[in-house]
Design a protein. Sequence first.
Length: 267
Amino acid sequence: MMTELPTTILGRTGLEVTRLGIGGAYCETPGLYRAALDLGVTYLDTARNYRNGDDERVIGEAIVGRRHEIILATKTIARDAAGARKDLETSLRLLGTDTIDIWQLHHVNTAEDRKQVLGPGGAYEAAIRARDQGLVRFIGVTGHDWGEVGEDVATDLFDTVLCWYNPAMREPEELVFPHAQAHGVGVVIMRTTATDKLLEPADAPPPEVFYRYGLAHPAVDVALMGLRDLERQRRVGQALRERLALSAEERREIEVFGARNRELAEV
């Protein structure tokens, strides 16, 4: 019998989640999403604009009959309340659900973005209204500029944050994670292998080492894996079942590797 994937509580949300999550945008069939969920993953992340909006539809078909098993996250790129509300209504319809567990304001990467979404008539107003109506449970933020994302988290207005983190991109350790820990914000990481660019060198560690590395940071709750390769998802999941911790030597080696291959991660 296959052992359970390790789980944790996602920050102040109180939600129990698997430490390995599925990232949307890469899978085009409901069957493949279902197969990945069958491996025991309970955290599933998508966005209104992934694959020109079709990712949510495919996921909606994949989770029929099993919505209750999943912590479901999606995103809106809209900056204004009206646009965000329209995105939310579309997401709810395509995902076939009454409630989004974590609704994220997407790519809040600049001070201007933050001013827009948090200001009068901004997307955050739509998020609060939707939460009050029971359409979303928690509000998250995502972005690629660590300094700005750290400022987003420091507002204490968000329950979760999604950002890049891997051994070649360690900026979140100083710019994002301390704010998250100070406010109890749940941390989800992406680009754990830099969209597989860090797996390309001949001396690259196996993929599970990157996931162990990301999850070893005390601020990190979930590491997403874009669903490109079901066998790799199975391999990493099994490895995390067997062992989450990195040895001191493994940590040293992957940090040296990451520093040496920084340029790959930035591609």
